[in-house]
Design a binder for this molecule. Structure first.
Ligand SMILES: [Zn+2]
Length: 304
């Protein structure tokens, strides 16, 4: 699907959703989080999907994830921003569990990209049998030693578990995965017949994405490789034989993303401004149907 043109960067030959080779430049975006480097997003001329191209290869992307900051952000820092982040996260964990149980009562769960494992820990406390996968060694170690969770580095370590899981979740993870299409096929093979797949991703059609443009925090280059709209996500999953059951908003994300984006744009945090931007994003999502800042997609596999 891709070929290497220069060291460290790989060029996708075609659109990851529809495989069309023709694309046009969409936006130049800076890595505001870590390196300050500039990256190019391209838009597929056939289906409109937006993706990072060229991009750091899977072996090179690690340096764009600062593991120390990642862990401290999750568990240790005491500043107001980290406190608010943790408060929101703990509230979200309960909400996530409810969303997952809205249409079914899954017992076995695989959380892909489980991070430090707080969602899995919560699900285990509700008597679910839980498994995780996390490529970051620091986050994985934290989940294993602090929460005593079963977390593997790679999905391939679960290759023997065919038709095993009642539910597979990817909370803000799909946009990070280099092997996008092969991963969706692996998910399909590990899922039990009638099982549930949950994918949460930012929405590039949202009002806050349009408001902030290249400062929109959910572009998060080069860690986010793909920028889904409700339409492109549906195209992708239907290509793999999944059927969409429901689309739900992640309303709190509009506030978090606005806060970060405003900080990237102006150099400082503006809590009040960001609060109203978050409200406006959610309000316009409801009124126009463009979708919220982040969306949750619940689906099942057609042929399972
Ligand atoms: Zn396309």
């Amino acid at each position: 699907m891709f070929h290497v043109k220069q060291t460290n960067m790989e060029y996708l030959k075609g659109c990851p959703v529809c495989e069309t080779e023709k694309s046009s430049p969409f936006l130049e975006v800076k890595d505001h989080f870590l390196t300050g480097e500039l990256f190019t997003l391209r838009k597929c001329e056939q289906c409109g999907f937006k993706y990072l191209n060229p991009r750091p290869s899977a072996t090179e992307i690690g340096k764009y994830y600062e593991s120390q900051a990642y862990i401290s952000h999750n568990a240790r820092k005491k500043d107001l921003f980290s406190y608010a982040y943790r408060l929101a996260r703990n509230y979200m964990i309960g909400k996530k569990y409810k969303v997952l149980h809205q249409f079914a009562h899954p017992q076995t769960l695989l959380d892909i990209g489980c991070g430090t494992g707080e969602f899995l820990q919560y699900c285990r406390s509700k008597k679910m049998e839980v498994f995780g996968q996390e490529p970051s060694a620091a986050a994985r170690l934290f989940a294993q030693t602090t929460h005593h969770l079963n977390v593997k580095e790679s999905l391939d370590e679960y290759r023997d578990r065919k038709n095993y899981f009642d539910a597979i979740t990817l909370w803000h993870v799909l946009e990070h995965i280099h092997e996008l299409n092969p991963t969706l096929e692996k998910i399909k093979s590990m899922l039990k017949p009638g099982g549930l797949i949950l994918i949460a991703v930012p929405n590039t059609d949202s009002w806050d994405a349009r408001l902030f443009g290249s400062f929109w925090a959910a572009y998060d280059v080069p860690r986010h490789l793909y920028h889904f709209s409700p339409g492109s996500l549906k195209d992708l999953i239907e290509k793999h034989g999944f059927r969409l059951l429901a689309t739900l908003p992640q309303s709190l994300d509009a506030f978090y993303i606005s806060l970060l984006s405003e900080k990237y744009r102006t150099g400082k945090s503006s809590w009040l401004t960001s609060f109203f931007q978050g409200l406006q994003s959610n309000r316009i999502a409801k009124r126009t149907g463009c979708g919220h800042s982040s969306m949750i997609y619940l689906m099942t596999a057609e042929n399972r």
